[in-house]
Design a protein around this ligand. Structure first.
Ligand code: HEC
Length: 255
């Protein structure tokens, strides 16, 4: 009888056809320096950490919508622009005498250029195999120095910035419907008031005059005696005109 003739081959469900489980990576212990498979082990970890940060950012952006300022006005020279927090330290650097005015190039290009250039040279200058920070005093020292400088400059710019004023500058201004041909507006346009409170009452040196909630009498008083940082004696016309103007200003309400 021939070998195998008449025999039946039966599959055994306990033995995997492939012999190797999918998703269980090779054993890398024999390869020095390679301890785990890139796919899927390493990537999976990266993705999980990435997902945690992504969800974190999403929560922060939903909880704190980006602050919206009014539309940029190129004619407003009193506006003081300020960068986002991560550039505040460079913004602060440009305020120092040695880095501003005629020396702007130093603050804007030379100092940041040296810092970035040094950072790029680190791998070539610091070739030590040591990984513990204490065994690498120079790189660690420079890093701490850079951190301290960035922290200090950021702090200085935050405490020196007039946040109240910046908020007022960026505030979305009330728009109001008014009749530019009305007597009240004509008086306003011919007075000094317009130079500080704006052609459309949007404000400038002074605040907006829309929705002040002030009565005509209060406005007349302010025009004569000033208020806060507004100087007194801003009104130089007749009392009759001032009455018309004050009633007109009182009526300025948006919506
Ligand atoms: C030199 C700029 C300047 C001029 C000119 C000026 N104001 Fe003012 N005005 C201001 C400033 C600044 C304030 C804000 C004062 C404060 O609250 O410290 C102000 C505030 C006011 C307020 C109060 C607004 C509020 O919401 O409380 C009224 C009303 C007002 N001004 C009316 C007038 C009138 C009317 C005139 C013209 C007669 C006039 N101003 C001229 C600068 C000016």
């Amino acid at each position: 009888m021939q070998r195998g003739k008449g025999m039946k081959f039966v599959g055994d469900s306990r033995i995997k056809a492939e012999g190797k489980m999918p998703n269980v990576p090779k054993d890398y212990s024999e390869y020095p320096g390679k301890t785990e498979a890139f796919w899927p082990n390493f990537l999976l970890k990266e993705w999980m950490i990435g997902a945690i940060f992504l969800i974190g950012y999403l929560i922060i952006t939903v909880a704190h919508p980006s602050p919206l300022e009014r539309q940029a006005d190129p004619t407003d020279t009193t506006y003081i622009p300020v960068p986002d927090w991560y550039f505040l330290f460079m913004y602060q650097l440009l305020k120092y005498e040695f880095a501003s005015g005629p020396y702007n190039v130093i603050g804007a290009i030379v100092i940041p250029g040296l810092a970035v250039g040094a950072l790029m040279l680190v791998p070539f200058m610091d070739t030590s195999k040591e990984r513990r920070p204490f065994k690498r005093p120079l790189p660690t020292g420079f890093m701490l120095l850079a951190f301290a400088a960035i922290f200090y400059l950021t702090y200085e710019s935050v405490v020196n910035h007039d946040w109240e004023k910046a908020k007022a500058q960026g505030a979305i201004r009330e728009e109001v419907q008014f009749d530019p041909d009305s007597e009240g507006y004509q008086i306003y346009a011919g007075s000094s008031c317009i130079s500080c409170h704006g052609g459309e009452f949007e404000g400038g040196l002074g605040p907006t005059l829309v929705n002040t909630g002030l009565t005509a009498d209060e406005i007349i008083d302010i025009a004569h005696n000033g208020i806060g940082t507004m100087p007194a004696n801003q009104w130089t016309g007749s009392e009759e005109d001032l009455q018309v103007l004050a009633e007109f200003l009182e009526s300025l309400k948006s919506e």
